[in-house]
Structures are given as structure tokens and as C-alpha cells.
Design a protein around this ligand. Structure first.
Ligand SMILES: [Zn+2]
Length: 286
């Protein structure tokens, strides 16, 4: 946060501040997903699995590469915190910071969820988002952010002095431990910054602080992903509900979220190849 300055502006401050920004990572050379192929594939899908994430809880789910999964709002406005891992290697996981650097603060159709170093490949591609109409509102808010982290008991303790165990961080730990047989301590190191599904967030225009506001999601809305590699997903139904008021407590109305796995006709994906990990040799100049 920028507090009142303690140093006077130099004479050429206006010129320095007027320098035009450039995009850090121009995406003209980013290999684009073949959205037409995904569109053809999603015409052929069959529902193979349905899971329901209870409010203030999390579940894990497996998605074979070449399949789609949907996160669906069913009963009321509810935010979900999504983690993704390589189903066979938990050290390859969703990298929210690099995804943000490539695709911006909020994701929608055509954007990809990139994995951590040294893998750095698309784990999933967003193929449908019924909230894409939202864009950005007058406060700078948008839906499905990669700027927050996940609600957690450590920040809760820091700011309120209280312990709350149904935060998304803790929910994801319990779910991952149940899936893998890891202890809570072992599972915790694998839980990572999330895609905030359906959450409406931004940075305030004056202080640029992270804000949230009631999610515009309504029952029937969904976001759909294509699994580029074999995935283990973790989804927490955030204790903040629609995150319009507060999180990390039992006071917000909360609703379940549904996860559906859809299998397309493999023939429609004849030209698709599961991405390899980054070809960078990992020598780092040595
Ligand atoms: Zn949460």
C-alpha cells in the first residue's frame, strides 16, 4: 500500500509518470489452444461423474486428460476455490502467479491454467464460462480471479486473533489428505494459490487493495475446463458463500457446488496432443 509520500516529487515527475506501459508478457507468441477442436469435442460429451461439494467443505476429483470438467452453481450464489495437480505428481501444480502474468487478473474462455516450474505447461483450458458477460464493472471487479490466494486460518489468526478451521486452505488440506493418505502436515505443502471460481474481486481504484463483492453467479451458471493432462482437482465451497460480506466464519449463507466430468468422443480430438513439460533444459547457466 502506498502511504503519504515522505519524499518530494522531482521536477520531471510528470514526464516519468507519463511513460506508457508495455505488456510484460506479450502473448502474440503464446501457442493458442485450438478452441474449434474443443468446441467440436464438447458437442459429443457424455457425463461420466458427478460430485457435490458441501458448503464449507472441499472434495478432490480426478479428470483424465482429454476430458472436460464443469463447476456448476446449483442452489445459490457460491464461490469455489480450485486447486489443480498433476494426478501422478503433486509437485506439478497450478501456478496462479504466472497464469496471472500471462492472462491477466481474471480468467475466462480461452485462458489456460499453467503449471509450476519446471513443468510450466497448460494443465487446463477454459472452454466455457457463462459469466463471461460480466467483463469488468465500474469498481474494476471481475469474476474468476487469480489475484487472491485462498482464505486461510493463519491470516484469520493474524487479523482477528481467532481460529477458524473451515477456510478453503484447511478444507483443501483435509480433502487432499483423504484422497492421498498423506497426513495433514504432508498435504498442506501441496495446497496452493487458487483460481477463485465465481468470485468477484478486484483492486480498489484509490489504494489498489484487494476487494471482493457479492458474486454475480446464479444457479445454472458454470465454468468448464478441458483437462490438458491427467488432473487431480480440489474444490472448496468457500465459507464466504458469495463473498459479498465476509469469509472465514460461519455467518455467510453457503451453498454446495457441483463438479461434473464429461468425456468427449476421442475421435473429435484426433489433432490434440497432451502438452509436454517446458523444453527449457533446466541448466540455469551452469
Ligand atoms: Zn475461501
Amino acid at each position: 500500500m502506498k502511504n503519504a509520500p515522505q519524499h518530494p516529487a522531482p521536477a520531471d515527475a510528470p514526464e516519468r509518470k507519463a511513460v506508457k506501459p508495455v505488456i510484460c508478457y506479450p502473448v502474440d507468441t503464446l501457442p493458442l489452444p485450438d478452441m474449434d477442436a474443443y468446441a467440436a469435442a464438447r458437442e459429443t460429451v457424455e457425463l461420466t461423474e458427478t460430485l457435490v461439494v458441501q458448503p464449507r467443505e472441499a472434495l478432490t476429483f480426478k479428470v483424465p486428460k482429454g476430458s472436460f470438467f464443469r463447476i456448476i452453481s446449483t442452489d445459490g450464489p457460491q464461490v469455489g476455490d480450485l486447486n489443480l495437480w498433476n494426478a501422478r505428481d503433486l509437485t506439478e501444480r497450478f501456478y496462479s502467479g504466472k497464469t496471472r502474468a500471462l492472462h491477466g487478473t481474471h480468467l475466462s474462455t480461452g485462458d489456460r491454467m499453467w503449471s509450476s516450474f519446471p513443468h510450466m505447461r497448460p494443465m487446463a483450458t477454459i472452454t466455457c464460462d457463462t459469466l463471461d458477460w460480466y467483463g469488468f464493472d465500474e469498481y474494476g471487479g471481475g469474476v474468476h480471479d487469480v489475484i487472491g490466494t485462498r482464505c486461510d486460518p493463519y491470516t484469520g489468526r493474524l487479523l482477528s486473533g481467532k481460529d477458524y478451521h473451515q477456510c478453503c486452505h484447511s478444507n483443501l488440506i483435509r480433502a487432499l489428505a483423504a484422497e492421498t493418505g498423506l497426513t495433514t502436515e504432508q498435504a498442506e505443502v501441496h495446497v496452493h494459490d487458487v483460481l477463485n471460481v465465481f468470485m468477484c474481486t478486484g483492486f480498489t481504484l484509490d489504494t489498489h487493495q484487494y476487494f471482493m463483492k457479492a458474486s454475480p453467479v446464479r444457479p445454472g451458471d458454470f465454468i468448464e475446463f478441458f483437462a490438458e493432462i491427467d488432473l487431480l482437482g480440489g474444490l472448496s465451497a468457500c465459507p464466504g458463500g458469495d463473498c459479498g460480506d465476509q469469509h472465514s466464519s460461519d455467518t455467510a449463507p453457503c451453498y454446495p457446488l457441483t463438479v461434473e466430468i464429461h468425456q468427449p468422443d476421442p475421435g473429435t480430438l484426433a489433432g490434440w496432443v497432451s502438452p509436454e513439460r517446458s523444453p527449457y533444459p533446466g541448466t540455469h547457466g551452469m
